[in-house]
Ligand binder design. Structure first.
Ligand code: GLN
Ligand code: ZN
Length: 756
């Protein structure tokens, strides 16, 4: 029985790669040190796969920054601004593409989300002058390295159709014009790999997305070339993250020796695939979830595999992870503090490799009774645990589902009811957080390590809030915030105070480059036993006559940035969280808070891959927001915030959320945003960010004024707000004060002009 995974996490169990990279970038360690760390991580990853009994170990999945950028390096598509001097993309050129070159004022290549994951890849830039040449032999070398070390490698490449589908043109040449040249480089690489390996894995997840007509047309001829190049090596066409649907034919007729399909995200496609699988094609069954933390029900998986085996025989069947394990944390063994019962329900990357190994042995009728039994026990424990279900929550959700949440009056009426806020035209505000200084982080750490009492920590935070409120009053901002000094993270902070969440110590997942996130895990029904923010907001409000905004993270953002239980629909989990947020909204309102902001930074991140599924998602996403906010009085002002501005496709849904005010990031793609507002008359109030908070640069009064004037061309003055792009937590105080001073001054000058 053949078994494999599509890729393994790269960071190392203790994020060794992160540290090694950052030291190298800082110049505190040598290239040699970095290479040694990489070699050790790779060796460890391969050993894990081998020990789990997998048939091959993956190579080429390891990357110093990003596996799409690796292909860019392989074909030599270095954008001109990095002035490539030779056909050899060395590691420093590679890092310059990823991170830019601040000293020479060269911006990095753009980065964007890898399908609907939270992993970000570097967007390839294709120019008319590109002459693809084999410029980096990393995958070949790495494969050789594995072989020399006694492993049986299966190299992994992102395929040319996906690569070009995700590319952007830097000079309006059609990226597909370059396919032939790029293909020649792939062919060269695949020829070498095919001569030393049994299989070469070609990742084409684009086949599970809305693929462009052009790409569809070029797919077959392209794979003809690659299959020929592979010689006696076999190509495995891997698809994942969704079903193949309309592209199934394309995949089945690719001429590749094997096809991999995601049976977790695309369960329903199994029968169709088996029925139509060509007689000589291998089938890799992606049955172990590569994107979540839960143990697989091995008995059920085995049953499914046995059926597949009956259908296509055991020689052609492979057991696999649904996608690369890049998207799951590495090793459960490193979780010493996790509740043992919850831990017994989970499997991280290492454990997932073992699950595949066990299934392989079970299917081959080798002895693995004990493991199968242990697994069955864990599955039953999870299914029957009293900790996952809360009848009250279920009832409340069912009731909420029958209603259509809506504010009491339309926006125009609410606007009148909110006049008691006495806000001027172009009200100024911020997005919530103020600088998280070293001092704040140090106090948090000391409190966490029990070096200080709760009382001491609280009074420290209150002092900070006092300072932050005072600073905003001095700046004469109109709507104040408490500054969020008590929050380490906008999702974790809320998760820690809700039932149904748990947290890991080392459950890191790569977000981009050396950056990792540690998502909370939602294991059970969600509720909020006690107020989460009221004490802080109330305290801040007691310090000032001006309105202080209550600051919450929305249900959808909490959902999108967590590992979510897989035994309940996402929309249901989202509704549960929305009800918890609603409780908090109610308590804030009862405490006299007049403005409440609910951040939905991740609304667009949760969008399904395929257009056809988007409306259904947007419907329940918008409903969750409305559920949390609809019961407040007309006189209470609801804000939302989004760190995203490519709104064209979803602007209707954003309007349907019916927040009184929305603040959005806009400095990085201002023109596009305004374009959206030219064609769509956004009905409520809006604050397009007037400066980029990612940079320490202080924007001038004039520049902010110009931006506001541009915005006024599309948004009437009664509905325009003035605010930065996002929270200020990553900034320092001096630049923050200077920037906000200029922001307030610009708003003031415009108000004076209105008076003339
Ligand atoms: N209120 C949060 C903050 O200001 C919002 C952060 C975000 O949108 N990512 O930090
Ligand atoms: Zn933001």
């Amino acid at each position: 029985m053949q078994k494999h995974i599509l890729g393994f996490p790269r960071m190392g169990a203790k994020r060794e790669l992160k540290k090694a990279l950052e030291n190298y970038w800082k110049g505190t360690s040598s290239r040699r040190d970095l290479e040694e760390t990489c070699a050790a991580i790779k060796r460890q990853n391969w050993t894990i796969q081998k020990n789990a009994g997998l048939s091959w170990v993956t190579t080429g999945d390891f990357s110093l920054y990003d596996h799409i950028l690796d292909i860019t390096a392989m074909i030599g598509a270095v954008p001109d601004r990095f002035s490539p001097t030779s056909n050899n993309v060395d590691i420093d050129t590679y890092f310059r593409m990823a991170r830019g070159d601040a000293s020479a004022n060269i911006p990095p290549m753009e980065m964007t989300k890898w399908f609907n994951t939270n992993y970000h890849y570097i967007v390839p830039e294709i120019s008319g002058s590109l002459k693809p040449t084999l410029s980096c032999r990393k995958i070949i070398e790495e494969t050789g390295e594995a072989q020399t070390a006694g492993f049986n490698p299966k190299p992994v490449l992102v395929g040319p159709i996906t690569y070009l589908s995700l590319s952007k043109s830097s000079d309006n040449t059609d990226c597909w014009n370059k396919l032939e040249g790029i293909l020649a480089v792939y062919a060269e690489v695949i020829a070498e790999l095919g001569s030393i390996c049994e299989w070469v894995q070609m990742d084409e997840p684009i086949l599970c997305a809305d693929i462009a007509l052009q790409a569809r047309k070029l797919f077959k001829p392209c794979y003809e070339v690659l299959n020929k190049a592979a010689g006696k090596g076999k190509l495995m066409l891997t698809t994942y993250f969704d079903t193949l649907d309309d592209n199934l034919d394309l995949a089945l007729s690719s001429g590749c020796s094997g096809l991999h399909a995601d049976l977790v995200m695309g369960k329903n496609q199994l029968n169709t695939i088996l029925e139509r699988l060509p007689k000589d094609m291998f089938f890799s069954a992606g049955i172990i979830d590569g994107r979540n933390v839960w143990k697989t029900d091995l008995r059920q998986a085995l049953h499914q595999l046995e059926n597949m085996k009956k259908y296509i025989g055991e020689e052609r069947l492979m057991i696999a992870s649904s996608c690369s394990l890049l998207h799951s944390p590495m090793d459960l063994k490193n979780e010493k503090l996790l509740d043992p019962e919850l831990k017994s329900w989970m499997a991280f990357a290492v454990q997932k490799c073992h699950e595949i190994g066990i299934l392989g042995r079970a299917l081959a009728e080798e002895n693995c009774q004990e493991e199968m039994q242990d697994n069955a026990k864990a599955i039953i424990s999870r299914k029957t645990s009293v900790r996952i279900k809360n009848d009250q929550v279920r009832e409340r959700c069912a009731k909420a589902a029958r209603k259509n949440p809506k504010r009491k009056s339309p926006y125009s009426e609410r606007k009148k009811a909110q006049s008691w806020l006495k806000l001027p035209l172009l009200p100024t505000t911020t997005i919530g957080s103020f600088p998280q200084t070293a001092e704040i982080r140090q106090y948090r750490r000391r409190y966490k390590n029990s070096e200080m009492t709760r009382g001491e920590y609280d009074s420290f935070l209150k002092n900070k809030i006092r300072e932050i409120v005072k600073k905003q009053e001095d700046l004469n901002l109109d709507v104040l915030v408490h500054g969020e000094p008590e929050r380490n993270d906008m999702v974790e902070y809320f998760g820690q105070q809700m039932e149904g969440f748990c947290f890991t110590e080392n459950g890191w997942v790569q977000s981009y480059g050396s950056r990792c996130v540690k998502p909370p895990i939602i294991f059970g029904d969600v509720s909020r036993p006690n107020p989460m923010t009221v004490e802080w907001i109330d305290f801040a409000q007691s310090l000032t006559e001006k309105p202080v905004k209550g600051m919450l993270t929305g249900a959808l953002t909490i959902l999108c940035w967590s590992f979510v239980r897989n035994d309940l629909e996402r929309s249901q989990v989202c509704r549960q969280i929305a009800l918890a947020v609603k409780d908090e909204v109610r308590d804030l309102e009862a405490a006299g808070i007049r403005i409440i902001q609910i951040d939905e930074a991740a609304l667009s991140e949760g969008l399904p891959i395929k257009q056809k599924d988007r409306n259904a998602y947007l419907r329940w996403a918008v409903d969750a927001f409305k559920l949390a906010t609809s019961e407040v009085a007309d006189a209470t002002q609801i804000h939302t915030h989004m760190c995203y501005s490519e709104f064209n496709d979803i602007i209707d849904s954003i309007a349907a959320m019916d927040a009184d005010v929305i603040s959005i990031e806009s400095s990085r793609s201002r023109m596009k945003l305004l374009e959206t507002f030219r064609t769509f008359n956004y009905p409520n109030e809006i604050g397009p960010g007037v400066y980029d908070i990612h940079s320490p640069r202080v924007p001038s009064v004039e520049e902010i004024q110009i931006l506001l004037k541009n915005a006024l061309a599309f948004i009437p003055r009664e509905r325009l707000w003035v605010n930065p792009d996002c929270g200020l937590k990553t900034r320092d105080w001096p630049e923050t004060v200077d920037s906000l001073k200029n922001m307030a001054a610009a708003a003031n000058l415009l108000r004076k002009e209105f008076d003339k």
